[in-house]
Design a protein around this ligand. Structure first.
Ligand code: NAD
Ligand code: G6P
Ligand code: MN
Length: 443
């Protein structure tokens, strides 16, 4: 059986050790001969790489391993690029969150002005990865989960239309795991769903078990009472912090807006922005929480592994939740025709919506990539919201490509969480100042 070669781009990510452990758990389904790490920040990647090297030697010595900042070494001889980069690191995430809050506006990694600012940084980084892949391993596929996925996906659609890249988000996966648990099923894999939207901006319209029984009413009854909160919380979840618990509970109110569907958690930022601003501490945002929590834990553990020269007693955990990445890679490698929610060009999947929009819908995945499943026509409410949000995302990509100040200002004005054009301009000017090292020059 063929064994695959993988490069993890963003090797210094806090998610890298969990992904490596997850890949090791799935070797019987997805055999690997080589894992490479690529990052543009050697110092950060080294800490994770040294620990993962020890871990791999102990658990799968047959897999060859290297970590590099050299694109050619990283991208040659690979079948898959698994990309999770964060251009600007947590220092810039912190600004994405804190600058809008100064104006009483939602400060979030992927939504509103923070997401726009992060998008303007990420586009260039992700396009660079695509170009390295096409240069050194033209047959490879990139599985991208670098954020903000909506904007990054639109950029790759528009600027690298022929690239073999699939953009994917783990939020639907995480929510579906909760739905399954809420109604007593063993796994999200028992659910067959219909869903439409943009990334971090969508709705489930139908959920059945494999026999075809309608599960939607049961899940809706749970969400009407508890949101996506569970009586017994999922252990070892990526979404375990108090702020995530708040988000899952808040889904109860988000659900009330359209009780015929089930919402993505991220809609809370658009429906109840003032609630988010009110309960956020503007001097300790999610970036601070992540730095004090996940980053400290992962890097502390990596250091301990290196000091002890063993990972046998590590508290680093398998990110089982991330096994959707293996499902996606397998679907392409083995033509499994698995049904998965992906971010793809609409091209009629949502019948009454822009054909050229990047939408999140169920797809059948095989060796040719993703084939979207038609979701039919969507109601006026969702269509109106999505038209506005997709315009934001498209204007950001146009602003990046053309260096247009005007278009980026318009994107901010259109963002549902920004109150008016004046605040949008003040925000834009402050974001330009903060992002000088990362954004193209705007004129
Ligand atoms: P992190 O800062 O710990 O790691 C990101 C790494 O990327 C860093 O080591 C950084 O040096 C590296 N990097 C930055 N720019 C680069 C470039 N141009 N080329 C190569 N490497 C580069 O961040 P994290 O919190 O672990 O998150 C990583 C990414 O994964 C983020 O974009 C995050 O939003 C995303 N993410 C997405 C999902 C999803 O559902 N799509 C889920 C979890 C995380
Ligand atoms: C969810 C989203 C991701 C996002 C992550 C943020 O999983 O789908 O797109 O990156 O949450 O998590 P964090 O713990 O970094 O705030
Ligand atoms: Mn996501």
């Amino acid at each position: 059986m063929k064994k695959f070669s993988i490069v993890i781009a963003g090797g210094g990510s806090t998610f890298t050790p969990g992904i490596v452990l997850m890949l090791l758990e799935h070797l019987d389904r997805f055999p690997i001969r080589q894992i490479k790490f690529y990052d543009n920040l050697e110092e950060r990647q080294e800490k994770v790489a040294q620990a993962c090297e020890i871990l791999l030697k102990e658990r799968a010595p047959e897999i060859s391993f290297l970590a590099t900042t050299d694109p050619e070494t990283a991208f040659q001889d690979v079948d898959f690029v698994m990309a999770h980069i964060r251009v600007g690191l947590y220092a810039m995430r912190e600004k994405d969150e804190k600058i809008p809050l100064k104006y009483g506006v939602v400060g979030q990694e992927t939504c509103g002005p923070g997401g726009i600012a992060y998008g303007m940084r990420s586009i260039g980084g992700v396009l660079e990865l695509v170009d390295y892949m096409e240069k050194y391993s033209p047959d490879a596929w990139m599985l991208n989960y670098s954020n903000p996925a909506a904007i990054v996906a639109e950029a790759t659609r528009k600027l690298r239309p022929d690239a073999k890249i699939i953009n994917i988000c783990d939020m639907p996966v995480g929510i579906e795991e909760r739905m399954a648990q809420a109604i007593g099923l063993a796994s999200r894999k028992e659910l067959v769903v219909r869903y439409y939207g943009l990334n971090h901006f969508g709705w489930w319209t139908d959920i059945r078990d494999k026999a075809g029984n309608d599960l939607l009413p049961q899940i809706q009854a749970h969400v009407a009472k508890y949101g996506y909160s569970l009586p017994e919380e999922i252990e070892a979840s990526q979404h375990a912090d108090a702020s995530w618990m708040h988000t899952f509970a808040k889904a109860k109110e988000v659900y009330e807006v359209d009780p015929s569907t089930l919402p993505n958690t991220y809609l809370k930022y658009y429906f109840f922005p003032q609630d988010e601003v009110a309960h956020t501490n503007p001097s300790f945002t999610r970036a601070n929480e992540v730095m004090a929590g996940r980053e400290k834990h992962v890097f502390g553990e990596c250091q301990r592994i290196v000091e002890n020269q063993t990972a046998t007693d590590t508290t680093l955990e398998v990110d089982e939740h991330a096994s959707y990445i293996v499902d996606l890679a397998r679907a392409i490698a083995y033509n499994t025709q698995e049904r998965m929610l992906l971010i793809v060009p609409n091209e009629g999947a949502i019948v009454n919506f822009d054909e050229q929009a990047m939408v999140e819908v169920p797809c059948i995945v095989g060796s040719n990539g993703a084939e979207p499943i038609t979701q039919g026509k969507i109601p006026r409410f969702q269509k109106g919201l999505m038209e506005q949000q997709v315009a934001v995302e498209k204007l950001v990509v146009e602003a990046w490509a053309e260096g247009s100040y005007q278009k980026l200002w318009q994107a901010l004005i259109l963002s549902k969480v920004v109150p008016n054009a004046r605040v949008a301009k003040e925000l834009l000017d402050e974001l330009i100042e903060a992002n000088q090292a990362f954004w193209p020059e705007l004129h």
